[in-house]
Design a protein around this ligand. Sequence first.
Ligand code: ZN
Length: 382
Amino acid sequence: MVIAIIACEITSSKPTDMSNRLLIFLALMVSTSAALCQSTSQHIDFEKYDPVSTLVVPQHVVTHAKFPFIDVHNHQWNMASQDLSELTGSMDTLNMKVMVNLSGSNGNNLQRMAENVRSHYPNRFIIFANITFDGIGNNGWTEKAVKQLEEDVKHGANGLKIFKSLGFSVKDNTGKLVRIDDPRLDAIWEKCAELKIPVLIHSADPKPFWFPEDEHNERWLEIATHPGRKRSDTDPAPWDTLIQEQHNVFRKHANTIFIAAHFGWYANDLVTLGKLLDSLPNVYTEFGAVIAELGRQPRAAKAFFEKYQDRILFGKDSWVPEEYTTYFRVLETEDEYFPYHKKYHAFWAMYGMGLPDNILKKVYYKNALKIIPNIDKTLFPD
Ligand SMILES: [Zn+2]
């Protein structure tokens, strides 16, 4: 306001007074801006800054998926002894008909999990087995692991989950890091093809974990709050190397169905993910923990879902029922600029893709029914 008045005065002054007036004006400008700076100088941490959007647009909060769905990426560590009624209650609220528990372990533990499911909710859960990598390199390790997997499938496992520890921390009997494409694992991938079970594999982590931890890093907040997630080219290996090792496995075992977890960490580069899917027809993918990448590029993501509608499965990863609404809303609605639930994944807002029903059905259940055995098809519409 002060500036406006002075400026008006200057424009109406005679040229002879101009220099003095200009000096006064500049002096006032400086003091005004100093005062303004002072009034807004309260520093707000990036972590704390959480502005409430003033945008007024149509809102369609979705807490119950439009179609019954299968979550192919979930973890229930205590399924052997867990009371499953509470879990199925939460699943019903979301319209989740089947949950795939990727933390099935193996052997006795897996058998007990499968037994708990069979005796209480036989058609609501699918269990994936895990490999115990201890002792890899010892004589007969591979044969033993393959035999264990066969047993686990006999006892009720319907898939194999490989955690990111393979490539990150799994060491062989000589202390050497085991590559994801280590040939000692080949027989396991081949056995999965023979048993007609898919392998859901998580390798590496978001690429920015390998970038410098600075103001240019999109995952700066996640690294700052979870320092253990920071990676480098030597800890344990370059991102590209790990991703290539994973792709080598996909390529070498063309008869095995693989589900690349977390969009293969290419949710922020759908062109590259598309090329991967084009070149490897045995590979599927799921969007657990990366919906924020899709929600910031709704048009490109929708085009991707249209093109690869037969290759994408619904996955969420962490079991926080109230977070599913973000997934439903990005998939189903055309809502604009709505919040994501975890700032360290995304400090940006979401936009919905508004997928048509035929694609939603494929993503929610049809694609999973195609590649994961023994899911009760009667739970889902045609
Ligand atoms: Zn997971």
